[in-house]
Design a protein around this ligand. Structure first.
Ligand code: NAD
Length: 507
């Protein structure tokens, strides 16, 4: 945290359908990770701003929940069209604060857009059910209603995709959303707020509350906020889950990951090497679905390491915004503190006996010497007792572990504390089928390294990668953001009553 500087612009909130400057006097620095320069300060909300955001969202909910389905659908379609037409601007904002290359920023927007598109079809997904004559003369039906004000707390690594996992579905279902973005890349959320406004969303239905733990705790403890959707690291996910549950809220809290790729001896090693490099070093490894461990079933490890090393040598690293019209393969990490942490894991692995095959420590980019760069790193023979293996590194570090059999690889995956994603590479359908049945992980790729499910399925891991029982988006997303009423009704047969006239059914 720092005190506001007069030289830097201060990124504020979006409350009540408009930009709102902060008066809290607390800010944090927002960097351009490629240059290492502070490019702005972001407001860190105080209690008065938290209260104002929640009050505006409550007001927004009153307006929005009275909109007909047809009118809500018009706004959803308008938002989709605007996003599709202007996503290039958004990709540049992501890159300038996060550092990932522009094409990758565009990729995350497209994954978010898929959820927007799913949400445009919301009437079908929130309609209830009707059972006529459940008992004689008695009908039973159910309706789904919005929760009210819902909170979304997002991580730095997907400043657009993660908010779009939740907000379109929550809004389509009739809720109002208070989004607390990561303070490391806060601008994309404001851009989304302006777009919702332009699409015709009433004031207060999408609010951006900038801040840190204080803002998060404000949402967790507010009696107005009905649910929390969180994505971030496991210790914070657990804290969010426990605190929000204790306060009686519905909660889904997605945490960290350590994703393994199991390579069987019959796999196509060129395909495996291509995919391991893409999934290990894309977005500089700052993806919850990054592959961080390759389990090579012997005898393939030496050949696979040679192929991966060859490909790493060809990777280009630089400013994600590109230079002279050329985009590199990989950008910087989010902060210098995070880069140093990633570096320390390589030290740990080495001290614990791993071989550093490709060393990304101390990597610099010409002309960007102060940028937060870390070179792609390949480790071999990482001991499974090393913290470099058991903990999430969240950087461009790929560890190879040699195993003797499918069973040994499977046991290693299943012994981990995370269960987000995993992949198997093989040409044996029977082996793949066994893997999908036996592995204790929520999302599985078969010859696919980053198995992020499409919008009409749901995203979520097992174990310490997801606290709560509701995954993000898909049908589960609509279930999370609505609550059901079951109505049992009996209307007397008009023939039994005096309805005037001749006592018949002529109403
Ligand atoms: P983080 O946990 O540090 O922060 C996430 C959010 O929580 C931010 O908005 C932050 O401001 C807030 N926060 C941080 N500390 C807090 C505290 N003490 N109390 C209350 N709120 C707090 O995570 P990050 O570094 O922004 O993101 C990277 C992590 O997110 C990685 O662990 C990654 O695996 C995980 N992630 C998981 C998924 C998934 O789908 N499972 C997706 C993306 C990222």
């Amino acid at each position: 945290m720092s005190t506001s500087s007069t030289q830097n612009r201060v990124i504020g909130h979006w409350i009540g359908g408009a930009h709102r400057a902060s008066t809290s006097g607390r800010t944090a620095s927002v960097y351009n990770p490629a240059t290492g320069a502070v490019q702005a300060e972001v407001a860190l909300a105080d209690q008065a701003e938290i209260d104002a955001a929640i009050a505006a969202a409550e007001e927004g909910f009153r307006t929005w929940s009275a909109f007909s389905i047809a009118k809500r659908q018009t706004v959803m379609f308008a938002f989709r069209e605007l996003l599709n037409a202007r996503k290039g601007e958004l990709a540049e904002i992501i890159t300038s604060e996060h550092g990932k290359v522009v094409s990758d920023a565009m990729g995350e927007i497209l994954r978010g857009q898929e959820v927007v598109e799913l949400a445009t079809g919301f009437p079908h997904l929130i309609k209830g059910a009707f059972s006529e004559n459940a008992s004689t003369g008695v009908d039973v039906f159910s309706i789904k209603q919005p929760l009210g004000v819902v909170g979304v707390i997002s991580p730095f690594n997907f400043p657009v995709m993660v908010p779009l996992w939740f907000a379109p579905i929550a809004i389509a279902a009739g809720n109002s959303v208070v989004l607390k973005p990561s303070e490391k890349d806060p601008s994309a959320a404001l851009w989304l707020a302006e777009l919702w406004h332009e699409a015709g969303l009433p004031a207060g239905v999408f609010t951006v509350l900038q801040g840190d733990k204080l803002a998060v705790d404000g949402l967790l403890h507010s009696p107005v906020v009905q649910s929390i959707s969180f994505v971030g690291s496991t210790p914070i996910a657990q804290y969010i889950y426990e605190t929000a549950s204790r306060n009686g809220k519905r909660v889904q809290a997605l945490g960290g990951a350590k994703n393994h790729m199991l390579v069987l001896p019959d796999a196509d090693l060129d395909l495996v090497a291509d995919q391991a490099v893409n999934a290990g070093f894309g977005a500089a490894g700052e993806r919850c679905m990054a592959i961080s461990v390759v389990l090579a079933v012997e005898p393939v490890a030496d050949e696979l390491i040679a192929k991966v090393t060859e490909r790493i040598a060809k990777l280009t690293i630089g400013n994600g915004a590109g230079q002279d019209g050329v985009e590199p393969d990989m950008g910087p990490l989010i902060t210098d503190v995070h880069r140093d942490k990633v570096s320390s894991y390589v030290d740990i692995a080495e001290a614990d006996g791993a071989t550093v095959v490709v060393d990304g420590r101390g990597f610099t980019v010409d002309g960007h010497e102060d940028g937060f760069f870390f070179g792609p790193t390949l480790l071999d023979n990482v001991p499974t007792t090393s913290r470099a293996y058991t903990e999430e590194i969240f950087g461009p570090v790929l560890s190879v572990i040699r195993v003797e059999s499918y069973d040994e690889g499977l046991a290693l995956i299943n012994s981990g504390e995370f269960g987000n994603g995993t992949a198997i590479f093989t040409n044996d359908g029977g082996a793949a089928r066994r893997f999908q049945h036996e592995v204790q992980v929520g999302m599985i790729g078969i010859n696919v390294p980053i198995p992020v499910p499409v919008a009409y399925h749901s995203f979520g891991g097992w174990k310490k990668s997801l606290f709560g029982d509701a995954k993000a988006y898909g049908v589960q997303g609509f279930d999370f953001f609505t609550r059901e009423k079951a109505i049992t009704s009996r209307w007397l047969d008009p023939a039994t009553r005096d309805l005037g006239g001749h006592g018949g059914i002529n109403l």
